[in-house]
Design a protein around this ligand. Structure first.
Ligand code: TYD
Length: 208
């Protein structure tokens, strides 16, 4: 039987460089002869598009509605027959996702009720736990500086106060889920991309 693919997640506050590191890790894994598929949340599926419309402010949703929409999109991300994590890993393909339930626990957990958001996500039989999570850690000031350099529109979650509280929540989410046995690594993201990528590659090599 073919080997089951790994499911690896990148998290971090806005501007932490997740997109770049997802690509560099994919390159590393492919150089080892592994097949890799990249994904992200919100997904490109209908459920993810609805989230994008809400994030842009075009369609007003409450914080609890947002939490539920992210859960719906995450389930689709797991079970979609073509691009789903389950289908791909069963074929032996590694899946690397830019964001997963850690984001919901940090953003929606802070905005609504942490226990409720955690239960909806961790408690769902159709939302699997990742094999590994890499948290790219950046101070909120560094994050805002990067965001303002690279983007035209600022989405609703992106201001200093919120970034500070989201980072603190992320760190407590990590502590909470580590206590349940999850493999989560905090990586200093305020360095050159290739230096960060080398550290991540050595972490991942121990897990595959
Ligand atoms: P994304 O496009 O990945 O933003 P970025 O490019 O800054 O990483 O994600 C859009 C926003 O969605 C981001 O501000 C974080 C938010 N989000 C949540 O609030 N909860 C979630 O569960 C997820 C996956 C994302």
């Amino acid at each position: 039987m073919a080997e089951i693919g790994r499911f690896i997640v990148f998290e971090g506050i806005d501007g932490a460089g997740k997109t770049t590191q997802v690509e560099l890790l994919a390159k590393h894994l492919r150089s080892l002869g592994r097949e890799v598929s990249l994904s992200a949340e919100p997904t490109t599926l209908e459920s993810g598009k609805a989230i994008r419309r809400a994030l842009s402010g075009a369609e007003k949703k409450s914080e609890c509605q947002m939490a539920a929409m992210f859960v719906l999109d995450r389930i689709a991300h797991n079970i979609d027959e073509e691009i789903g994590i389950r289908a791909l890993t069963e074929k032996g393909i590694d899946v690397i996702s830019d964001r997963y339930y850690y984001s919901s626990l940090a953003y929606q957990g802070a905005a609504t009720d942490y226990g409720w958001v955690k239960q909806m996500n961790i408690g769902s039989p159709e939302i699997r736990r990742p094999d590994l999570c890499i948290y790219l850690d950046l101070l909120p000031e560094q994050s805002l500086e990067r965001i303002s350099r690279g983007r035209e529109s600022v989405e609703i979650y992106e201001n200093l106060e919120k970034l500070t509280s989201v980072r603190n929540t992320f760190l407590s989410v990590i502590e909470d889920l580590r206590a349940e046995g999850e493999s989560i690594y905090i990586v200093d993201a305020n360095r050159a991309p290739d230096e960060i990528a080398r550290e991540i590659a050595s972490i991942v090599d121990k897990h595959i």
